[in-house]
Design a protein around this ligand. Structure first.
Ligand SMILES: [Zn+2]
Length: 391
């Protein structure tokens, strides 16, 4: 990324230090619910630069090792509004024993694990900005840093975050790919779980006395609109488990699915369609035993996982990021993503946060890599935002 590299020398940040920090923390395992080791290292580093660190009780609530980290760098210019910077500490699997490899502008894993650039690139960017601010004694408002747990485990760290502990009304989440994108729109998502109950029977001796839960599931799924529904809406059946043996008509099947849309009405319609497919499929199959007509049944569990983000381009924090990027010479644009992240939860709870890309790529795969120059660009932009926000 040429554009980013031309600015490396002039950012005012210590980019070698940021890279070294990133390489250090990706080598500390931090799967969801197991973030304590990395949190303690990060805590020490923050306290060394005068940032106070505390944890909430989210870890206890969800059975994890440690809670969300809430860190505070006091204002040196108290007239300015507080600003939230956030990233998540946990990673997906396979994420243990990560060995980062540097090749020019690229840092990747050795191909046996993910890299953990999602989201440790965001953490290292935040740390470099804080270190430079304090070193150079640059005036700024209060900076609140929230490093969440369990983002990859259904955003549950952010969901359990007690927002009343925070002063910020706006901020930036650093948790997406391209450094030139500021994500200001993200879909809402529903989660759906179905348990289909059929009737077990010997598959060879008396199959006519059974109702196959697998057949009901197949019937339902084959009639279900899935994948890309329209430009705003997607749906997926992601998990299916069931059956006991080849010679038994299967009694139970369990399925997990999701639907997403930038449009709440479309989301409601898609979720209802998926639900109805199971109800209709159940009704198609019945058996008569001892003069009695028997049917299968479906149990459902459906809930809103997160709500959408829809920030206007003239929201003050969005303008602040775009103006900072422009001033630094980057062409950052607002964009829509099909993914959800902690930013959905912060916005739902009343803190306005767009999500700025950090330079992580092919995330959630063993091919994951980060672009150092893109990390530099985003650090430069965040540094500029913090220097000017509310001035
Ligand atoms: Zn992430």
């Amino acid at each position: 990324m040429k554009e980013g590299q031309t600015h490396i020398k002039n950012t005012g940040l210590n980019l070698e230090r940021m890279k070294a920090h990133f390489l250090e923390i990706v080598q500390i395992d931090s799967l969801s619910k197991k973030e304590k080791a990395v949190a303690l290292v990060l805590q020490k580093q923050l306290e060394a630069i005068g940032v106070s660190v505390s944890y909430d009780d989210a870890g206890e609530a969800i059975g994890g090792e440690i809670g969300n980290m809430i860190a505070r760098l006091p204002a040196t210019d108290p007239g300015r509004p507080p600003l939230l910077l956030s990233a998540h500490m946990d990673t997906v699997v396979p994420g243990e024993g990560i060995k980062p490899i540097c090749e020019g502008d690229v840092i990747r894993s050795d191909g046996t694990t993910i890299l953990g650039g999602d989201d440790k690139s965001g953490i290292s960017i935040i740390f470099e900005v804080l270190r430079t601010l304090t070193e150079k004694k640059i005036p700024h408002g209060e900076i609140e840093v929230v490093l969440t747990i369990c983002e990859e485990y259904g955003l549950v760290g952010a969901k359990h975050l007690d927002i009343s502990k925070l002063h910020s009304k706006s901020g930036i989440v650093l948790d997406c790919d391209h450094a030139n994108f500021l994500f200001t729109r993200s879909p809402a998502s529903d989660r759906l779980e179905f348990t289909i109950h059929g009737i077990a029977a010997h598959a060879g001796v008396c199959p006519e006395e059974g109702i196959s839960a697998i057949q009901i599931a197949a019937e339902a799924i084959s009639r279900m609109p899935l994948g890309r529904i329209d430009s705003e809406t997607t749906a997926n059946v992601g998990v299916i488990e069931g059956g006991a043996a080849v010679n038994i008509v299967p009694k139970t099947v369990f399925l997990r699915a999701e639907s997403r849309s930038h449009n709440k009405e479309k989301l409601a319609a898609q979720t209802e369609r998926m639900r109805a497919c199971f109800q209709e499929a159940v009704e198609k199959f019945s058996v008569e035993i001892k003069g009695k007509r028997l049917q299968g049944r479906v149990e459902e569990n459906i809930w809103r996982d997160y709500n959408p983000i829809k920030l206007p381009d003239n929201a003050p924090i969005v303008r602040a990021v775009l103006q900072a990027a422009q001033k630094c010479g980057y062409s950052v644009k607002t964009n829509a993503t099909g993914g959800g992240c902690d930013a959905n939860i912060f916005n739902e709870k009343g803190i306005t946060v767009p999500n700025l890309g950090t330079g992580m790529h092919q995330i959630h795969t063993v091919h994951e890599w980060v672009s150092v120059s893109e990390m530099n660009q985003t650090a430069h932009v965040i540094f500029e935002v913090v220097k000017t926000f509310g001035k």
